[in-house]
Design a protein around this ligand. Structure first.
Ligand code: ADP
Ligand code: ZN
Length: 517
């Protein structure tokens, strides 16, 4: 049987679990009775779909939402999963086909509307086809006091008793009374494994920084937290080794960890980390699964993570004890280029690639946020919140400026040079720096030449980076990373939209001599 993580990649095409999903999937897969309370949009469906696919037998999914069931069945089938629905929306032919598939053992996930449970023979049918797990979506519908009460939901408890199989209940309604009612009616009052998780981890301080001298930035962050356990995530195996070495030279106790190490060496690091106080593990994302250390005080990313889900999961390893913990994520234009080209050069079909770009955009949106980061992060997971007071942008609000003109100048430099050049050359043109290459190409004769003298070189670098972060421009993998304009930039170019960027390193050219003038 494939593992849930393998299925997450192969069937659903997601790079990581969302917050809380993995624990729930594991509990359900092991056959525990579970109650999971997750915010809407949190990704509940996967929490029963993945266990269904990595267990023997049929999983019965009860849901009151017919359209949702039909959608899920359709997309599961497209992904090659054997699924079927018995709902009032079915045609007779569809229903016949589901019954046939059930009889031939060709169904892993059977979706059923609650009213179907009332029909004669339903229990017998479910027993006959070998239902091994019951998943109940919108489990609060069992609550008589709630506004969504469905009388047929009361049969589910009876069904669980009749089939004697584990049951996993899901809801977004978190109040204690509803929970009690769910436990009483679906689990006969015997408390199931319960997962109650909003996404917010308010004890974790969030911070991002643009890579300037990354090694020094990590060393400084670690130095200020000396003696406290932490994790540094790196994008490559080689980097985990050199950075661990640098940390040791700076007097820390540090070791590296990656998937290329022998299993017993990895195990040794895990045990040391668990037992020792103040150890730093410098690792690839291979480190983390199964690490259950409550007092990790900080997590740093030496490189931009792969996705917002990955980011959340990795920083979420800090401060499980609820005491304050700190994080720092470094990123720069090279990270953006690397992550984009990993997507572009992958073998995924075009729509999957587009989705991966969109997910990367979400992470970059977080990196380039102009106000409270936690609001952006929680917003991505569907939770709205107030400014948090424990992120770098709440600590020190970013200085913003109307960058519409600057962005239009940059876009015009890109277009006038045929989308054939990278940031360095474009900035030379904008700042009026007549390098050999600029003169050879005649770019000192362009109308855009030197129109950007009002901003310094670092200021332009920040503008280009934020433009990449907002997906206004993309490095073209077929042109050695030359920047291309995306459709998203067109309204700005046309003057139909304004854009606000962070001033960051932006200083006026007058105040600061140009680096390469
Ligand atoms: P819920 O039922 O909790 O409201 P869904 O199961 O419908 O949420 O999931 C909400 C959205 O999140 C869906 O578009 C789903 O594809 C997406 N999603 C779920 N899990 C993941 C994941 N691990 N990575 C990326 N996207 C995910
Ligand atoms: Zn904040």
């Amino acid at each position: 049987m494939p593992t849930p993580r393998e299925l997450l990649h192969s069937i659903f095409g997601f790079s990581d679990f969302r917050p809380g999903q993995e624990e729930i999937v594991e509990a359900v897969r092991q056959g525990q009775n579970t109650l999971a309370i997750m915010p809407t949009g949190g990704g509940k469906s996967l929490c029963y779909q993945l266990p269904a696919l990595s267990r023997e037998g049929v999983t019965l999914v009860v849901s009151p939402l017919i359209a949702l069931m039909r959608d899920q069945v359709r997309s599961l089938r497209e992904a090659g999963v054997e699924a079927g629905a018995l709902t009032s929306g079915n045609t007779e032919a569809e229903t016949d086909e589901v019954f046939r598939a059930l009889d031939e053992g060709r169904i892993k996930l059977l979706y059923m509307a609650p009213e179907r449970l009332a029909s004669a023979g339903a229990f017998a049918l479910l027993r006959r086809v070998g239902v091994g797990l019951i998943a109940v979506d919108e489990a609060h519908c069992v609550s008589q006091w709630g506004h969504d009460f469905r009388p047929d939901y009361l049969r589910i408890g009876e069904l669980r008793r009749a089939l004697d199989v584990p049951l996993a209940a899901f809801t977004a309604t978190a109040d204690a009374e509803t929970q009690e009612e769910i436990v009483a009616r679906l689990f006969d009052g015997v408390a199931p494994a319960t997962f109650l998780r909003g996404f917010d981890r308010p004890n974790i301080h969030l911070a991002f920084a643009v890579k300037a001298s990354p090694r020094q930035q990590i060393l400084a962050f670690a130095a200020a937290r000396k003696g406290r356990s932490g994790i540094v995530y790196c994008a490559t195996r080689a980097k985990t080794e050199t950075l661990a070495q640098a940390l040791r030279e700076a007097g820390h106790s540090a070791c590296h960890y990656h998937g290329g190490m022998e299993a017993h060496d990895r195990r040794a690091v895990e045990i040391r980390f668990q037992q020792e106080d103040g150890l730093i593990v410098v690792a690839t994302v291979a480190f983390g699964m199964g690490i259950d250390k409550p007092d990790i005080r900080w997590v740093a990313h030496a490189d931009l993570p792969k996705s917002i889900e990955g980011y959340y999961q990795e920083i979420g390893r800090a401060g499980r004890d609820g005491a304050p913990a700190e994080t720092l994520t470094l990123y720069g234009p090279d990270d953006i280029r690397l992550r984009r080209s990993q997507i572009d050069e992958g073998l995924a079909p075009p729509d999957r690639k587009a989705a991966d770009h969109a997910r990367l955009n979400a992470l970059l949106g977080l990196a380039e946020a102009t106000a409270c980061r936690r609001q952006v992060l929680l917003g991505y997971f569907g939770e709205s919140s107030e400014p948090c007071g424990t992120c770098d942008l709440c600590d020190r609000p970013a200085e913003l400026f109307d960058a519409t003109e600057a962005v239009r100048k940059a876009l015009s430099a890109i277009l006038r040079t045929g989308e054939w050049f990278g940031t360095g050359h474009l900035i030379d043109i904008l700042t009026g720096t007549a390098t050999q290459k600029v003169r050879d190409r005649g770019h000192d004769g362009l109308p855009t030449f030197s129109v950007g003298r009002d901003l310094s070189r670092p200021a332009w670098e920040a503008v280009f980076r934020q433009m990449m972060g907002r997906d206004l421009v993309r490095p073209d993998p077929e042109r050695h990373g030359a920047l291309k304009m995306t459709e998203a930039a067109r309204p700005i170019l046309r003057g139909e939209e304004q854009i606000t960027l962070r001033r960051d390193t932006v200083k006026s050219a007058a105040a600061r001599p140009q680096a390469r003038a």
